[in-house]
Design a protein around this ligand. Structure first.
Ligand SMILES: Cc1cc2nc3c(=O)[nH]c(=O)nc-3n(C[C@H](O)[C@H](O)[C@H](O)COP(=O)(O)OP(=O)(O)OC[C@H]3O[C@@H](n4cnc5c(N)ncnc54)[C@H](O)[C@@H]3O)c2cc1C
Length: 500
């Protein structure tokens, strides 16, 4: 089985281009865990007389479906615990939506925060912030997320991910302000190579198998070389969401029918569908996160301009006025934009271009309008000029006073006085789906009657774990770890029973 390594150029990755992904290939094969797995993950394609490769059945302790942040974390943690693991990725490169994580890895109590002397970055304060911004989230799930988030950041840091830039109390990212997602994927991939994890790109999981008593027994897999079966004691579903599946989005949340997506094209929901077919319950499927500020390259390809929002831009409608707190919740802001003409300009100055690498890269790509003065910028925009200039002047006084009485914005990195000035026209796009297979706090998947499906676990965007889409990059590591720990314990218990 050929393994394709996801080694992308960091500069290209920073752009978070939803439809863009490239990789280099390697012929090296997935090695078994160096620990002593009870079942060795083997599946070399057989050569027939005609030289045609055929997929071969395999077995292992744990199959992980999906090679994004949640899946790679789970595969690594399970491997570290001594299990034999096969990770399946349907695309030719690893990374999924995780690769596109553009702005921030949120956590509390990390070593990086301690070293930076960040005040107030406690797990309690983090949990409070997350539940305040998302009242639908389950407080216990948020507590688990918050209390394990600092360790999650430290673990990523320990495998080579630069999260040394700490900002906005809980935010972490690379020192130069690059987008974190692609670099997280690179760090996880390198670690899987270092640990000899058997990961298989171009391998689509098509079914989750259960025995007569309901316990999971493995998965069916489809590849270009043919179909095969992997027998396993446990399966961890980490297949991401369905934001790029417009039909599923419209079915579960018709408000967003017809919008394009700003996520990876891989987010098509097959993992959720095979879990449903295997008897899993789904919940909160209408918890669709819509990115308010996507820059449309064409009708389908978008780039998230979130780094501008979280680093201090203002947003104005064609009427030249602000319409929301730029730092407000994604989907709420999307609704406001949809109700105010459907698009807005993000406006900022040289301060943001100079201080955040992701923004500087967008500028280099030519995505922004720019002019030496705000008047000149207004002439390039389709905007009520007088109202726009008044809005900018008002914001300057707000920033200088450190208070926004209109909408409660708190990030005043720029006061819009440091030209040149920039604007980019953006509109909403579907970015993520944060309902999915119903899980409990142990990342166990429940069936439609609320019973645990023995041996089936889920983590990340495919799981409705109660966090409701708060801090998803962090959820990947925290709940990917929980899924792995419990799957390893379950698989080991099954083996002990068989041996007895
Ligand atoms: C533009 C953008 C910006 C974002 N910015 C941030 C941010 O700043 N901070 C933050 O916390 N979060 C951010 N997010 C959200 C976050 O990146 C994702 O929610 C999260 O990383 C999803 O991780 P995952 O592992 O669950 O899924 P993914 O990373 O999508 O991985 C799932 C993988 O499973 C594979 N797969 C699916 N079905 C199958 C199958 N049947 N068989 C085999 N493989 C399968 C997919 O191809 C995919 O590679 C952003 C998302 C986007 C799109």
């Amino acid at each position: 089985m050929k393994k394709i390594l996801a080694m992308l150029l960091a500069a290209a990755l920073v752009l978070s281009l939803a439809a863009c992904s490239t990789g280099t290939t390697s012929d090296d094969d997935g090695a078994d865990s160096s620990e002593t797995p009870t079942a060795s993950p083997t599946a070399e394609p057989e050569e027939t007389d005609g030289g045609e490769a055929l997929a071969e059945d395999a077995s292992c302790d744990i199959v992980v479906i999906g090679g994004g942040g949640a899946g790679m974390t789970a595969a690594l943690k399970a491997t570290e615990a001594g299990a034999s693991v096969i990770l399946l990725e349907k695309e030719d490169v690893l990374g999924g939506n995780t690769r596109l994580g553009s702005s921030v890895f949120n956590a509390a109590g990390s070593t990086m925060q301690q070293e930076a002397g960040t005040e107030g970055a406690t797990a309690e304060a983090f949990a409070e912030k997350l539940t305040a911004s998302n009242t639908a989230a389950d407080p216990e799930a948020i507590r688990i997320l918050a209390e394990n988030s600092g360790a999650a950041a430290d673990w990523l840091s320990s495998i080579g991910m630069d999260l040394s830039r700490v900002f906005n109390t809980f935010g972490h990212g690379p020192a130069d302000g690059s987008a974190p997602g692609a670099l997280i994927v690179e760090a996880l991939t390198n670690e899987m190579d270092a640990q000899g994890v058997d990961y298989r790109t171009g391998n689509l999981a098509t079914a989750i198998l259960r025995d007569d008593e309901g316990a999971v027994t493995g998965v069916e897999v489809s590849t270009e070389e043919g179909d095969y079966t992997i027998s396993a004691n446990a399966v961890i579903l980490a297949s991401g969401g369905f934001a790029a599946n417009s039909e599923m989005v419209a079915e579960y949340d018709p408000r967003w029918e017809g919008l394009s997506y700003s996520c990876s094209p891989s987010a098509t929901g097959e993992g959720t569908q095979i879990a449903i077919a295997a008897g899993a319950a789904v919940s909160n499927m209408d918890n669709v996160k819509v990115n308010p500020t996507a820059y449309y390259l064409d009708d389908t390809n978008c780039i998230s301009m979130a780094p501008l929002r979280i680093n201090g831009c203002i947003m104005v409608s064609h009427d030249g006025v602000r319409i929301c707190n730029e730092e407000g919740a994604y989907t709420a802001n999307s609704e406001i934009i949809m109700n105010n003409g459907g698009e807005v300009y993000m406006v900022f100055d040289q301060t943001l271009v100079d201080s955040v690498a992701a923004i500087s890269n967008y500028n280099d790509m030519g995505y922004f309008l720019s002019a030496d003065t705000l008047e000149g910028l207004a002439d390039l925009m389709d905007v009520d000029k007088e109202a726009f200039l008044e809005t900018c002047a008002t914001f300057t006084t707000y920033a200088q006073n450190g208070e926004d009485p209109d909408f409660g914005k708190t990030n005043f990195t720029t006061d819009l006085t440091n030209g040149p000035y920039y604007a980019v026209l953006v509109k909403p796009a579907v970015q993520g789906t944060f309902g999915g297979v119903t899980t409990n706090y142990e990342a166990e998947v429940l069936d439609t009657e609320g019973n645990v499906i023995p041996g089936l676990y889920a983590a990340g965007e495919c799981a409705d774990d109660g966090t409701m889409g708060e801090a998803p990059l962090t959820v990947n590591v925290v709940f990917g770890t929980i899924a792995a720990e419990n799957a390893v314990a379950y698989a080991a218990a099954g083996e002990a029973e068989t041996a007895a």
